[in-house]
Write a protein that binds this ligand. Structure first.
Ligand code: SF4
Ligand code: SF4
Length: 146
C-alpha cells in the first residue's frame, strides 16, 4: 500500500521540527530586502540580499545563530506562517499552509537538493550584497521575478 509523504499527509502544526525545517526549499527569496507600501500594504522584493546569504548556495551562513546577528530575521513556526504575509508565493511554508501542492522542483519532491537552483527558482547568481547598496536607493533594486 502506498504511503503518503509527510508534506501531503500532515498540516504544518502536525509536523516534527525536522519535517518542518525540511520544507524550506532553499530558494533564499525570504533573505532579500523588501519594501512595503505604507498605504496599500503591498510588498516589493528587491535583489538586495542580507549580508549573511551565500549568493551561490542560497544558504544562510549563520543559520543557527541568525537572530543574534539579524534580530528581525524571521524564525518561522507553524503558527507564524499565516501572519508572515510577505513570504513569496513559491515558499513551501505558504503553499502547504494554503493547501497547495509543492512544485516538482522542490527538493523534497525531486529528491535533488539542487533542483530549486536548476529550475531557476532560487536567487542564486541574481542578487547583490547589501553593503554595496545605499539603503536610500533600495527602490531602484525592486525586482519582479520573486
Ligand atoms: S522563501 Fe520559504 S522556502 Fe524559500 S528560503 Fe525562505 S523559508 Fe525557505
Ligand atoms: S540572517 Fe540568514 S536567514 Fe536571516 S535574512 Fe540573513 S541570510 Fe537570511
Amino acid at each position: 500500500m502506498p504511503v503518503q509523504v509527510f508534506w501531503r499527509a500532515k498540516k504544518l502544526h502536525e509536523m516534527s521540527r525536522t519535517e518542518f525545517e525540511s520544507l524550506c526549499d532553499g530558494c533564499g527569496k525570504c533573505c532579500l530586502h523588501k519594501l512595503e507600501d505604507e498605504d496599500t500594504g503591498d510588498v516589493y522584493y528587491t535583489k538586495v540580499a542580507c549580508r549573511y546569504l551565500d549568493h551561490t548556495s542560497c544558504k544562510c551562513q549563520v543559520y543557527e545563530e541568525r537572530q543574534t546577528h539579524i534580530p528581525d530575521c524571521i524564525a518561522l513556526t507553524p503558527e507564524s506562517v499565516k501572519d508572515t504575509y510577505w513570504l513569496p508565493e513559491t515558499c513551501a511554508y505558504r503553499l502547504i499552509d494554503e493547501g497547495i501542492p509543492l512544485f516538482d522542483w522542490h527538493p523534497l519532491v525531486s529528491g535533488d537538493p539542487d533542483s530549486v537552483h536548476k529550475a531557476g527558482m532560487s536567487v542564486a547568481g541574481l542578487v547583490v550584497h547589501e553593503n554595496s547598496v545605499d539603503p536610500d536607493d533600495l527602490e531602484e533594486y525592486v525586482v519582479r521575478w520573486v
